[in-house]
Structure formats: structure tokens, C-alpha cells
Write a protein that binds this ligand. Sequence first.
Ligand code: NGO
Length: 533
Amino acid sequence: MATPSLPRRLGGALTGLGVVAALLSATTAPAAAATAVAFSSVVPAPVTATATPGVSHGITASTTIYAAPGSAPAAAIANQLAARLRVSTGLPLPVVTTVAGPADGIALLLTGAPPGVGAEGYQLDVTASAITIRANQPAGLFRGVQTLRQLLPVAADAATLQPGPWPVPGGQIVDHPRFAHRGAMLDVARHFFTVAQVQRYLDQLALYKINVLHLHLSDDQGWRIAINSWPNLATYGGGTQVGGGPGGYYTQADYTAIVNYAADRYITVIPEIDMPGHTNAALASYAQLNCNGVAPARYTGTQVGFSSLCVPLELTYTFIDQVIGEIAALTPGPYVHIGGDEASSTTAADYSYFINRVQQIVAAHGKTVVGWHDVANATLPPSTVAQFWGTTTSNAPLAAAVANGTKVVMSPANKTYLDMKYRNNTRLGQKWAGLIDVNTAYEWNPGAYLTGAGETAVLGVEAPLWSETLVTTADIEYMAFPRLPAIAELGWSPWSTHNLTAFKQRLGAQGPRWNVMGINYYHSTQVTWPSGS
Ligand code: NGO
């Protein structure tokens, strides 16, 4: 419904993402001034955002949410939005699927979007009478809803009832992602995180249009998913963690709960079983997997590179086939990650043989292989995706694989590793790839970074969060925020919008939102935080 009595919200048109100050006019009432939001605060930056000066649409007691008729996914997205907003606004926000809009209320439509926005893009129009999101696919509606959330006053993201009002600035956004893969990795092996903790992280990822959660499910210090054919992996191999705590593991139902929660947010889970190195937890669980038939003790330190599955042993491949088979059956997404990093206890010849064979096992289970870029030392079919985690801008084996058609996910450790410290005195994290504050995380171009891997060879970007030093949700959030949104913007926004100064203002505007959401973020001195946040 229209809210003609609302004061003017935007001072001027935004052309493209020319982040001209879309600020409150001097006539704005003080209460609303505290909550109004500008197009220029959306992260990741949209492809184009054009404000309509003097226009806004208020969400009120008479707002209805219309979902595209006949689309269960559109109805589900509408219900998610309504459920979220009811908590903070207390408004009824009925969801109906019988009328297509967009005469009033909020309409989520699967018609009329520009074809060029693809499967994940959307067009958002805010007029005095209605808010309309149009997309070609439900994923695009979901991404558009995340933009709408960021255009609402930050109080809309609160967990308790807030007074309002709930104005949305008028204008149009037409938006779509630069890269198909915009990922976050969580290491649940060094320290275990519960389903609820992972779900909380998924909620945060969704807000920044991340579409992949890569779960690092096994390492020397813990095996974190129940495998029915090899039960000791979880019950014994999952029973510890870095520093020697109780560890933990996901039942298959737990894993499915994570996968489904992610799918509701249009996020694909990529499970990783790291091999042939980083396998002490598996080797400790089954003596017969060891070349010498003796199970090593469980490991709670943080060294890497000392363990290896037994490459000449045939049982190794039976084991892998059964493990990958069970995980593939639980995983709707197309990928299984085989790790392959830091196999320094495996000879080069064994490594090559092993990776080649494991790729065939994964393919036999109908999945596409992802591996850390070390796998380029073996022979890769063009379908295998390599995840670059180096600290230099050239890597000869990887460049050769790319020349043969392999696509790359960019996770340069000195840019995207969320476990690196911000500063020397950061309590959490490591320093081996350098210190990473916001400027460093943001100032690189994923499509023009690695020699031989230009824009078309890059599938996307991913921010890994290794957990050697991380124990709690507060720890995860402190390391992920504010750097994760920087990586999310590199993955989503066109390079033409890239601007460090503008980005840090947009990022700063997220701070009050993180406050109401209870996110424990690092108050980087490189970011312009609004006063009081
Ligand atoms: C490396 C190593 C991981 C560590 C991480 C810590 C890769 C791909 N292997 O990244 O085992 O946890 O660094 O930053």
C-alpha cells in the first residue's frame, strides 16, 4: 500500500552503481531518519540501482505478500519473508498465491524479468503503491528478497518486536551475479560445529547472496559424518578435536537437515572428504586401512602433512567407494570435494595414481570432483574443478590444467582465508598467509588474478574458514565479519562497480544490522562504521 505521508527518503538518482549519496532530506522526521536506508548500502553492490527521488513504499498492517501463482518455491520464499518480518514488525503480512500483483503490497513474480539476469538475477521495483520482485527462477526471487531485506530499516532484522515504521526507498534494481560459484567453506573437523551453528552461519551467508557451503567434513583431528558401512569413523574418529575436546559428528539425518536448510536458502552444500593426506582420524579408526596394519593414535595437534591413506592397498578404494557412495546419496548438489591438499607423506607417483582413481570413483557415483589445486599434479579431466588456495599469482600445474579446460574456484589464502588474523594482535586465527584486513580481502580481481586463469576459467570465489583456533559461534562470526561480505561482493558484483571507498561505506552500513542480529563482528578500523555501531 502507498504511504504518501512518508517523508522523502532519497536525495538523488543513483545511476548504475554511481554511489551518489542517496540520503535523507532535511525534512525527514527524526524517528524515521534513524531507520531509513539507501540503495547505496546494499552489499553486494547491485549491477544497476536507480533511485526514484521522493518515492517510498511502507510495509504496513495492510501489506499482502503475493507469490507467483502455481509456484511452490515462490510461495515458500514469500512465507520465509513473511515469517522473518512478522517477528520484528508484528504485522500480519498474509501470503496469497491467487493474485499476481503488482498493484499493491509485495509481489514475487516469475514473469517479466529481463532474460539477461539469468537464473539467479532479479529486477526489484519499488513504487509508491507496490514492491515487485521479478525473476526467471525461484533462486532469483530469493536473491531479490535478500536485497529487499537490506533496503528495510535495520530493525527489521531484529529478533524482537520493533516499533517501525518500515519504509523501503523507491527505485529500481536490476541485478545478477558475476560468478556462478560464490562459496564459504567451514572446517567442522578441527573443531566441530553443531547443526544449529551451521544453520546460523547459513542464514548469514544467504543475506550476502552466497550460494555454496563447502563443508570440510574430515581431517587429521576428526571425522564428522556418520558412514553406515564404516561406523567407527564417526564414533571413534569423530571423538576428538584440536586441543583434545569431545569433538562430535553429524548423523546422516543431521547432514540432511543442513543440506535442506541450505537448499531453502538456495545454497548448495559441497561435502569434502580430504584425502589421501589429512586422514589421521580415518586411519586411527580402522587399523586395516594402514599400510602397516597398525592404527595410529588420534591426533589433537595442528601440524599438517603427516598422514596418508595407503595407496597400494585395494581396501583403500573399497573404503573410498563406500564413503563417497553414502555421501553422494545424501547430497543433492553436483559436487563432491576430495581435498587432495598437502599430501606430503604420499610420493608423487602414488599421489597421481590415487587422485586419478578417486576421480573415477566420484564420477561413478554421479558427482563432479572438486579438489584443492594440488590435484593439478595428477591428470584432471576438464570437468574436475580446482580450488586455488595459494599465496602467489601463478601456479604452473594449475595453469596447464586450466589450458585443458579445468575451471577454478579462487580462494587465494592471502586474500580469502577467513582464519587469517586481521592484525598481529588478533586473538584468533593464524598468520602463515599474512594478515588480512578488509582492504586486502577486497582489493583483488578474481577474474584477473591467477596467471592463465582469466575470467572465463573462473567458476567463482570461496572464503574458507579453517577452525584450528575457532571454538564458538562468536569466533566464527568474528573472523567472517566483515571479510565474508567483501568476498561475497567480489563473487556477485560486476567489476565495474568495484570501488574500495564506496564498498567500505556500504560495509559500514551493515554494522547496525549486525548489531540487531547479534553478529559478533570485528570493528575494523579500515571501515567507516556509522556512529554508535
Ligand atoms: C591450509 C591447509 C589446511 C589448514 C589451513 C589453515 C589448505 C587447503 N590446507 O589450506 O589444512 O587448516 O591452511 O589456514
